[in-house]
Design a protein around this ligand. Sequence first.
Ligand code: FAD
Ligand code: DLZ
Ligand code: SF4
Length: 510
Amino acid sequence: MASLILILGDQLSPDISALQDADPEQDLVVMAEVHAEASYANHHKKKLVLLFSAMRHFADELKDQGWQVHYHRYDPESDAGSLLDVVTGLADKQKPERLVTTECGEWRLDSQIRQWHEKLGMQVEIRPDNRFVATKAEFADWAEGRKQLRMEFFYREMRRKTRLLMTPDGQPEGGKWNFDSDNRKKWTGKQPVPVPFRVEPDAITREVIRDVNNAFPDHFGTTDDFHFAVTRGDAESALEHFLEYALPCFGDYQDAMSDKEDWLFHSILSPYLNSGLLEPVPVCEAVVQCYYSNQAPLNAVEGFIRQIIGWREFVRGIYWMNMPDYAGENRLENKRALPGFYWTGKTGMRCMEQAIGSTWRNGYAHHIQRLMVTGNFALLAGIVPEEICDWYLGVYVDAYDWVELPNTLGMVMHADGGYLGSKPYAASGKYINRMSDYCGNCKYSVTRATEEDACPFNALYWHFIDRHRDRFASNPRMGMMYRNWEKQKPARREALIARGDWLLSNIEKL
Ligand code: FAD
Ligand code: DLZ
Ligand code: SF4
């Protein structure tokens, strides 16, 4: 045999670089469901179902196209507990000339694979991942010499590179790069939300659901009502569904949250983009086409592509430029453990209960829930970054270290000292009340701050501002918050700090 071609669980793209120039008659494709990958995080049961089922479907599609595929199914009794074990077993039997693979998206596994040539005693060819707009080197070139890295400027480069939403003379469509200021409406229920796209589980998915429930009964979440796409064809239908029903309102309600609706107008495409069932540029091209055919307004279309060719590419670049040290950052010197209610959802804070509840049921919460509810609480409460990062890495079906870590450690926790974002997204209950209808159904009162029934976010917000004065008071984007803090009467400030202290000491009871 000529080559073993290893395809990882998030590399389910027919054009993946590892398959390029391969010979279906001579080479053997290897895919493996293994304990080491299934257990390095408390992966949501739906994430395991989605990946294992999508992997099994992809392997079958490759076989139908004439590839020889060795597929290792998850077996708790198997001696092959890691990808290296599976590859070693095959290499011993088949004596291939080399192993070919596409670079892995996680530093943890990538650094292992880069040592495999020594362990296997054969050549290991690691090819670049060709599914991103910017290469790692392009990002590093862009970042070099800049004091601060700001997504907005990188995004403009990506617009120029892809020519998405650009006029023929090289100007941004609509005369502006960014229409974010139009994208902050509260959703009141008047505009009906689309029914989320769903696929009923086929025989393969039903078998995986049984396997996952047997092998991982203690993992977070539920497999009930699994309805994600697990093939490229169905993921493309999910994209069509989004374009037709949700995209027109995506921009207006991008920052909204609802007590009644888990998905609102979001695309729910991240699980497919991140596992390889969809590619970012064709998705953005389809979205942009909706603007030119008057099916969606510019604020929706620009807002959407900014998330993908802007944020998604930006966080990946930051990840690879700074790992592994980035993962250990804790510049706010947080010491508090993650409260148990992140795993159970049992809390009286309605916004947290709903965001964690949706996460438990669906393996999904939309961006504003992740950033301004569960993330904001962890920031205000001073949770140890590693613990909150482990939570986010486990509980979402779209979670992979390269995208989760910069979002959590950088954007939410500001643990990188402002490298990714210029100021922390700290907010009181007022913001949550402005963007949602949670507070009306909460046992706490959002208009109070120091009383026993006062919204915990309020005092925790001022506690955060006060305890990080040395770090943030000179930040021009936070000056107003410090001026507001100083304006309050000393007795009020004392009461807020006392309430904050009480909340932090009694955090498990909230
Ligand atoms: P939409 O709102 O429809 O957005 C469209 C697409 O834009 C998404 O599918 C995604 O590919 C991309 N996108 C949007 N925001 C971001 C962002 N901040 N970073 C990177 N891509 C973005 N996204 C992940 O894909 N995996 C993660 O593990 C992940 N962890 C996160 C952790 C935290 C603390 C926060 C605040 C955000 C995280 N995000 C993560 C970003 C974002 O919340 C999700 O991409 C989004 O909620 C996915 O749902 P959607 O497909 O409906 O997104
Ligand atoms: C996330 C994940 C899981 C749960 N299981 C597997 C697996 O069994 N086999 C596999 O090849 N990949 C799996 N993955 C994805 C990897 O752990 C890893 O997150 C990505 O390959 C990073 O790019
Ligand atoms: Fe959340 Fe506070 Fe509103 Fe309750 S009152 S839902 S805790 S913001």
